[in-house]
Design a protein. Structure first.
Lengths: 219, 193
């Protein structure tokens, strides 16, 4: 039976844990340190140290969650839940694995759960105007930041619209590879897909993006 | 021109992502302008889409929002594992039953009030009986001789009629109006509904 985008992510049985991953990064070392604190019973100190880990991963996590869910409030909630879950289960973290991969898997699972909950919720709600699909924006600042300036250009708008049009699975793979900066092997671990499947989704996503943008240019 | 075939789209994407073309591919990319242009376009597309996607997320997740998010995460971790706060019922609202105190003086007052009420009810019950007896006596048939009927001519003025009416009331002949007076209830007998 083909896997659906709504299914929870599990690590493939044959997935390699060795190799393919970058050497342990700063966040992995920090996670191992916090784990040791929790094991030794110093939970308060572990919590204080965890703030540094949050600071290291927070922006990347928010970007991934936002592109998975396309809703700022849901993305915010998913990121918070993921960090709380990580701290609660940090004793089961394996230091030989990159923390980023473990954390991304927890985050992606949380995003899938939220998406399922949202689908259930929307089943009982009448469809609203298409503007509900557009992400809620923070109040506009008087001085636009570089991100806003980039998005304000015609090209930026077209690209953003094209990315939003990608099917869920392709968008998830594209987000993790391009925005999350993960390799195909890491994305395969995070999404519970085989590496060739990840590549196929990535190729399709890029081809689709190219097609959509070319169509916009020829208009 | 090189003998190698052009790189497929998928391979070109792979090369653009991993930046690890094989020796043969590298040679081909160096010699084939078509594939080099395709690769450049693809790289440009990837860079543009990635930067726009990142900018889109960053525009929504401002530094202020990220700071709030971090605060909430740490707050949730701080509250984690703590037992729920039990809210006690406000003590000021508790009704304290007051003990009954024996007061002999009050008992006498209550007894007298009850007796007064009882007597009042009895009096109210029997009063109409006495009054009806008194009224029956006043309804004694009046002899036709006693009634002096004064015919009023149609030509009598209104003032003259009222003057005669007053004289009848004030004078000795006022007894003729007694039955009408008896039928009319007195103001102090009429009780409010």
């Amino acid at each position: 039976m083909p896997r659906t985008a709504q299914q929870r992510v599990t690590v493939p049985a044959g997935a390699s844990r060795e190799g393919n991953f970058a050497p342990l990064s700063k966040d992995s070392g920090l996670a191992a340190e916090i784990k040791a604190m929790i094991v030794s019973g110093d939970r308060d100190a572990a919590r204080e140290r965890f703030a540094d880990l949050v600071a290291l991963q927070q922006r990347r996590a928010s970007r991934i969650a936002y592109h998975c869910l396309r809703d700022v409030h849901d993305a915010d909630e998913a990121v918070q839940d993921a960090f709380v879950k990580v701290f609660t289960h940090l004793t089961s973290y394996r230091e030989d694995l990159p923390f980023e991969v473990w954390f991304t898997r927890i985050l992606v699972n949380g995003c899938l759960d939220l998406r399922k909950a949202r689908a259930r919720r929307l089943r009982w709600v009448l469809p609203a105007s298409p503007s509900t699909e557009v992400a809620t924006r923070e109040p506009v600042e008087p001085q636009p930041n570089p991100e806003d300036r980039l998005l304000a250009t015609e090209c930026g708008r077209q690209i953003a619209a094209a990315v939003a049009q990608l099917p869920e699975r392709q968008r998830a793979v594209f987000t993790l590879c391009q925005i999350g900066g993960q390799s195909a092997a890491e994305v395969s671990q995070a999404l519970g897909l085989s590496e060739p499947t990840v590549r196929v989704h990535l190729f399709r996503a890029i081809r689709k993006l190219r097609g959509l943008l070319e169509r916009e240019r020829t208009r | 021109m090189t003998q190698h075939p052009h790189l497929s789209d998928d391979r070109l994407i792979e090369v653009s992502l991993d930046r690890s073309p094989s020796v043969t591919e590298r040679e081909h990319l160096g010699a084939c302008s078509v594939c080099a242009a395709r690769r450049a376009d693809l790289s440009q597309l990837l860079v543009a889409t990635t930067s726009v996607a990142i900018a889109e997320a960053d525009a929504v997740f401002t530094p202020e929002r990220l700071a709030r998010q971090k605060t909430r995460i740490l707050l949730r971790l701080e509250q984690e594992g703590r037992p729920g706060k039990v809210v006690t019922f406000p003590a000021g609202h508790v009704h304290q039953p007051r003990p009954l105190r024996a007061r002999p003086g009050m008992r006498w007052v209550a007894g007298a009030a009850a007796a007064g009420v009882f007597i009042g009810i009895l009096a109210g019950h029997y009063a109409p009986v006495f009054r009806s007896g008194a009224r029956q006596s006043s309804f004694a048939p009046v002899s036709p001789e006693a009634v002096t009927v004064q015919t009023v001519s149609a030509t009598m003025s209104e003032e003259e009629f009222l003057g005669r009416l007053e004289m009848a009331i004030d004078g000795t002949s006022g007894t003729t109006l007694q039955p009408l007076h008896d039928l009319t209830p007195l103001a102090w007998e009429v009780s409010a509904p």
